[in-house]
Design a protein around this ligand. Structure first.
Ligand code: HEC
Length: 462
């Protein structure tokens, strides 16, 4: 189906109506802002925009790190023509609730991190459910992170990012018609989320799709030639109540291992999909491809020409002739944007040990015993920090990346038996003689909920 201009306009109106409903924005106020003719930088236009406005960015390369605004639609002149380059610093795009970004290449984020909130990414949606469509998200540390932000991620290329392609944490995101390849770690990583991954083509990543503590709908995808595993469920996933994967109608073939901890399911195919040119990233299907008309038979999954679903990024109801495609034909502003932002969990209760009383006692003991070295915010800058000896510094306990790689049991051991018990400096003394195990556990719950605001996430990345 080709979208006519009329459809495009009405799609926008639907989106506006939706936004108005959500946030009381007046339609009369919505306007179009142009970069660079009216505003020199994208950020200047965003600052001048309000919810419901569209910002149109002309072809060119913009060296900026931008922060979107609630309900604003940001459109480039197509990913082939319009680039936002993050200067190798931080996140390139910081999302906002109910915002839309489409038609850009997003590249060159900072290089920090492999887990959670402290990782530099191309597009970050943090408590900001949004729509990301028709973008080429390449050459970042991680491509996209949705964090407490169920988002629409549609018709993008997500490739050549150092760590993850898509990092989906606490977000029931919708991942459709994307081409995801050559990412250093997982193509699509899901944790504590119930997302859907439908009609994507995922290849040559470390793993294709990886999932832990998540219930992921994985349907109509082509997952081939990933370096380690095609579809990978964490070992501990089964133990979790939300863990059941719903796999169907995927073509999974030629990965080092096709499935780990999950079995091929209804409609799955294991055959060379006959893509036009995998080496060049051209994943159009050849005429005799076994992926043609092999997706789910449900008519709701049909291709735009009303025939049965073709597997992979060029199949299904949202399929377009080109991914990402150019702005005249697009807009995904009409996709129902999920505006629900989820509350962050009480991280204290996600340590193995918790309880309100416990945290109170944990805080008291932390202030009494630990602050002299680790400082009130745990940053390692207490009064005694400089006095411990050459090169010895208290650890920064507010570092979420570090602490989420440490299990509660490990922290218990360090605190109870001292740094030397795990090969750290003995300047980190043992507290087993001064604090009961119960008190130490309460302190760990306090550190997780108030200091690092993080929970144990197991080994990072790959
Ligand atoms: C006399 C100073 C001092 C005090 C008091 C102290 N620490 Fe430490 N702590 C250190 C130092 C120094 C290190 C880093 C050791 C190293 O670099 O080998 C450390 C490391 C740690 C680590 C290890 C983090 C990691 O990398 O896994 C934890 C956890 C920790 N401290 C918690 C506490 C808690 C909780 C208390 C209070 C009960 C406390 N510390 C009190 C000096 C101190």
């Amino acid at each position: 189906m080709k979208r006519t201009d009329f459809q495009w306009v009405s799609a926008l109106l639907v989106a506006f109506g939706f936004l108005i409903g959500m946030s009381g924005i007046s339609l009369a106020a919505s306007k179009t802002l142009k970069v660079p003719s009216e505003y020199k930088t994208i950020q200047a236009a965003i600052d001048a925009a309000s919810g419901g406005d569209t910002i149109q960015v002309a072809a060119g390369k913009y060296k900026e790190n931008i922060t979107l605004k609630e309900g604003v639609i940001l459109q480039g002149a197509g990913a082939d023509n319009t680039t936002i380059d993050g200067n190798g610093k931080g996140n390139v795009v910081e999302g906002a609730k109910a915002s839309v970004i489409e038609g850009f290449t997003i590249t060159n984020s900072g290089k920090r991190g492999t887990i959670g909130d402290v990782m530099d990414v191309g597009i970050s949606a943090k408590h900001a459910p949004m729509t990301i469509a028709n973008c080429r998200i390449v050459g970042n540390n991680t491509g996209v992170r949705t964090y407490f932000s169920p988002s629409n991620i549609v018709n993008n290329i997500v490739a050549d990012n150092k760590v993850y392609g898509l990092y989906i944490l606490y977000s029931d995101s919708s991942v459709k018609n994307n081409i995801i390849y050559n990412n250093g770690s997982y193509g699509v990583y899901n944790s504590y989320s119930n997302p859907e991954a439908i009609n994507n083509t995922i290849f040559k990543n470390f793993d294709g799709i990886y999932s832990e503590v998540s219930r992921v709908v994985v349907k109509n995808n082509i997952v081939v030639k990933n370096k380690t595993v095609g579809i990978h469920w964490a070992e501990f996933q089964d133990a979790q109540d939300r863990a059941e994967p719903i796999l169907s109608y995927n073509l999974v073939w030629g990965n080092k291992t096709d499935y780990v901890n999950v079995l091929p399911s209804k409609g799955d195919v294991s055959k060379d999909p006959l893509l036009v040119d995998l080496a060049k990233g051209d994943v159009l299907l050849k005429k005799n491809s076994p992926a043609i008309n092999a997706g789910n038979e449900d008519s709701a999954d049909n291709d735009p020409d009303a025939t049965r679903n073709d597997m992979g990024a060029y199949g299904g109801p949202l399929a377009q002739k080109k991914i990402p495609y150019s702005p005249k034909e697009m807009s995904y502003a009409s996709l129902k944007i999920k505006t629900e932002t989820l509350a962050e969990p009480d991280y204290g209760s996600q340590s193995a040990w918790s309880g309100a009383e416990g945290k109170k006692s944990g805080k008291g003991n932390f202030n009494g015993w630990c602050v002299p070295c680790h400082g009130g915010l745990g940053k390692g800058d207490g009064l005694l920090a400089e006095t411990l000896g050459e090169g010895i510094r208290p650890r920064d306990l507010s570092n979420a990346e570090l602490l989420s790689s440490r299990s509660d049991e490990f922290l218990l051991k360090v605190i109870k038996e001292g740094g030397a018990s795990v090969g750290f400096s003995e300047a980190m003394m043992s507290f087993g003689a001064n604090l009961t195990e119960e008190e130490i556990k309460n302190m760990i719950a306090y550190i997780r909920s108030e200091i690092c605001k993080c929970r144990y996430k197991g080994e990072a990345g790959k």
